[in-house]
Design a protein around this ligand. Structure first.
Ligand code: SAM
Length: 285
C-alpha cells in the first residue's frame, strides 16, 4: 500500500488535533503541572532570556510557547504556529488569562514557515516534529528562519518500551485487532524515538553543538481511570486506534488498560513512566 501524501497527512493532523482540542482544555491544568519540567528544559536548551524573538512550532494549546513568552518578558516576542485552529484558540485564551501581550498564535504548517530568513533568536518545539510527513524539510525551515548563532530545542517521544504511559493502551488495543507493524519512517508518536535520528537530520542541515538526551519522568494520577480518561481525551493517535474497536471490545479494553496502569502504583498515586528525547542544536555563526 502506498504511503499517504504529505498533504493528506497534514490534513489528517489538522482534523485530529482540532477534534481533541476540547480535551486538551479540559485537562490543561493537570498536564500543565505534570509536564512543566519539559517546558523548563526546552526554555533552557533554547537559551531563552529577556528580549528574544522566539518561534514555537506545533504549539497546540501553548506549550512551551506560554513559558517562553514569560521568559523573554515584555521586551521579547513569541510566535506560536500550529495547524489546528481550535488548539490555538485555547492557547490564546490562556495567554489572555496570563495577561501576556507579547505572544501571538497563527495557523500554519511547520514545513513551510511563513517567515523571512534569519528572523528568530530561538526555536522551540514540544511533541510536534514526529507527526510531520517531511521532517528534514521542517529542519531546513528551522535553519532558514533562525539567525546565525542561535538555538533550536525540541522534545519528541522516546521508544515505546520506555513510555508505559503511551504503550499500555496500544498493547491492549493490539489484543483485539491486528495492527500492521508500524512503518518506522511513517509520521507518528514514536517516529523520532531512535537515538540520534533527529540529531542526524539537524547535522545534515549544518547545525552544530547537537545534544540528544533521553529525559526520564512520570505522569502521576490519583487513580487508573483518571489516566484512562485523560489519555483518551487528548491523545489523538490513540483515539484513532480506539475507534477501531467495537463497543464490547472498548468496554473490555478499558478494564485491561486500567488494570495494567494499576501495576504502576506508587504510594497513593499511579506513576506512569515517560521518556522524552530532548534534542538541541545551534545554527553556526
Ligand atoms: C501533541 S500536540 C503538542 C502540542 C504542544 N506543543 C504540547 O506539547 O502540548 C501536537 C501538535 O502539533 C501540531 N502539528 C502537527 N503537524 C503539524 C504541522 N505540519 N505544522 C504545524 N503544526 C503541526 C498539531 O496540530 C498539534 O497541535
Amino acid at each position: 500500500m502506498s504511503s499517504p501524501s504529505p498533504e493528506h497527512v497534514i490534513e489528517s493532523q489538522r482534523q485530529d488535533w482540532n477534534r481533541v482540542a476540547g480535551g486538551w482544555e479540559k485537562w490543561d491544568r493537570f498536564f500543565d503541572e505534570q509536564m512543566a519540567c519539559l517546558n523548563h528544559r526546552l526554555i533552557a536548551d533554547a537559551r531563552l532570556r529577556r528580549g528574544l524573538h522566539v518561534l514555537d512550532l506545533g504549539s497546540g494549546t501553548g506549550y512551551p510557547a506560554l513559558l517562553a513568552a514569560q521568559t523573554v518578558s515584555s521586551s521579547g516576542r513569541v510566535i506560536g504556529i500550529d495547524l489546528a485552529e481550535q488548539m490555538l484558540d485555547a492557547a490564546r485564551r490562556k495567554a489572555a488569562a496570563l495577561t501576556l501581550s507579547n505572544i501571538t498564535f497563527r495557523t500554519g504548517d511547520v514545513t513551510a514557515l511563513p517567515f523571512e530568513a534569519a528572523s528568530f533568536d530561538a526555536v522551540t518545539t514540544r511533541f510536534c516534529l514526529m507527526f510531520l510527513p517531511e521532517i528534514p524539510k521542517a529542519v531546513a525551515e528551522i535553519a532558514r528562519v533562525l539567525k546565525p548563532n542561535t538555538w533550536v530545542a525540541a522534545a519528541v517521544w522516546s521508544a515505546p518500551d520506555r513510555n508505559p504511559y503511551l504503550k499500555i493502551p496500544m498493547d491492549v488495543i493490539k489484543q483485539f485487532i491486528d495492527l500492521p507493524a508500524p512503518d518506522p519512517t511513517a509520521p507518528g508518536i514514536f517516529r523520532l524515538a531512535k537515538p540520534g535520528d533527529l540529531a542526524h537530520m539537524l547535522q545534515q542541515a549544518a547545525f552544530v553543538n547537537i545534544s540528544d538526551e533521553e529525559f526520564l519522568g512520570d505522569v502521576r494520577f490519583q487513580a487508573a481511570d483518571e489516566y484512562f480518561s485523560s489519555l483518551m481525551d487528548i491523545a489523538a493517535p490513540i483515539q484513532n486506534l480506539w475507534g477501531k474497536l467495537n463497543s464490547t471490545q472498548q468496554t473490555e479494553a478499558k478494564q485491561r488498560i486500567i488494570h495494567a496502569a494499576g501495576q504502576y502504583g506508587n504510594g497513593s498515586d499511579i506513576a506512569l513512566p515517560i521518556a522524552v528525547r530532548m534534542v538541541a542544536a545551534r545554527k553556526p555563526r
